[in-house]
Design a protein around this ligand. Structure first.
Ligand SMILES: Nc1ncnc2c1ncn2[C@@H]1O[C@H](COP(=O)(O)OP(=O)(O)OP(=O)(O)O)[C@@H](O)[C@H]1O
Ligand SMILES: [Mg+2]
Length: 239
């Protein structure tokens, strides 16, 4: 299955400061993102990682997309509402980008600037996969739109929780408008998220989302500790 786009075009400084290898302008904080399909365990792992960091005395901000500010949460309600099922794909893409601009400006960048670890439940790669590959707008175009919305912030580390769509959808108790899409759509998203992770392996960790949640949490914790210590941005003592 193909996502219908040339992923190599995403590895460009124009579209992604992180993929282009530019320095992170937001130091001294650290920005972690969880991506993955519906029910892959993103929210569970955001909570688990935040709790472990907080137990170490680390300043942690947990947030989500779409959302993370009052205005972005209103946009979330709009894009996920069942009665907006006929929303056009470009409208949907622009609303996600608008929410992200607000999210970065009001929540993520200020937290990173004060030195916090920011953990976001989804970020721009969800848009590139959903609107770019899933809705057929093109991954490169949606990545460019998202980069414009984000400006100078990029995740330091993205965990892709990779679960079979059937497994994740079976876990999702209350499917919203986007979750209710056909299985093939979710398989397209899975392929696209993989392509994005493979395009920048240094900043991604792919974890099998079908594993037990404690096991995944442990893998995440080992990786985050290692990265924080080597980045020398936030000291995390080994327990
Ligand atoms: N590794 C796991 N194994 C089995 N069940 C899990 C695992 N991780 C999470 N769950 C359960 O699956 C359900 C979905 O998990 P969660 O809400 O964390 O997923 P999500 O990726 O945030 O989903 P959504 O995309 O719908 O927001 C929850 O009931 C959660 O307790
Ligand atoms: Mg969730």
């Amino acid at each position: 299955m193909s996502s219908g786009s040339d992923t190599s075009a995403l590895v460009s400084a124009e579209f992604s400061p992180r993929l282009g290898g530019m320095a992170q302008p937001h130091a001294p904080g650290f920005f972690v993102v969880f991506e993955g399909g519906e029910g892959s365990g993103k929210s569970t792992q955001v909570r688990a990682l935040a709790a472990r960091l907080q137990a170490q005395g680390v300043d942690v901000v947990t947030t989500r997309e779409p959302g993370g500010t009052p205005i972005a949460e209103q946009i979330r309600d709009l894009v996920l509402a069942d009665n907006n099922a006929d929303m056009g794909p470009r409208c949907e893409a622009l609303l996600f980008a608008a929410a992200r601009a607000e999210h970065v400006d009001k929540t993520i960048r200020p937290a990173l600037q004060r030195g916090a670890v920011v953990i976001s439940d989804r970020f721009s790669e969800s848009s590139v996969a959903y609107q770019g590959a899933g809705r057929g707008l093109g991954m490169t175009d949606v990545a460019g739109l998202s980069a414009w919305a984000i400006q100078d912030v990029a995740p330091d580390l993205t965990f892709l929780l990779d679960a079979e769509p059937e497994v994740g959808l079976a876990r999702a108790l209350d499917p919203n408008r986007l979750e209710a899409e056909q299985l093939e759509f979710h398989q397209t998203l899975r392929v696209a998220l993989h392509e994005l992770a493979e395009a920048d392996p240094a900043a991604h960790v792919v974890i099998a989302g079908g594993a037990a949640q404690e096991e995944i949490a442990e893998q995440v914790w080992v990786e985050v500790q290692r990265r924080l210590v080597s980045a020398n941005q936030v000291p995390v003592p080994t327990p």
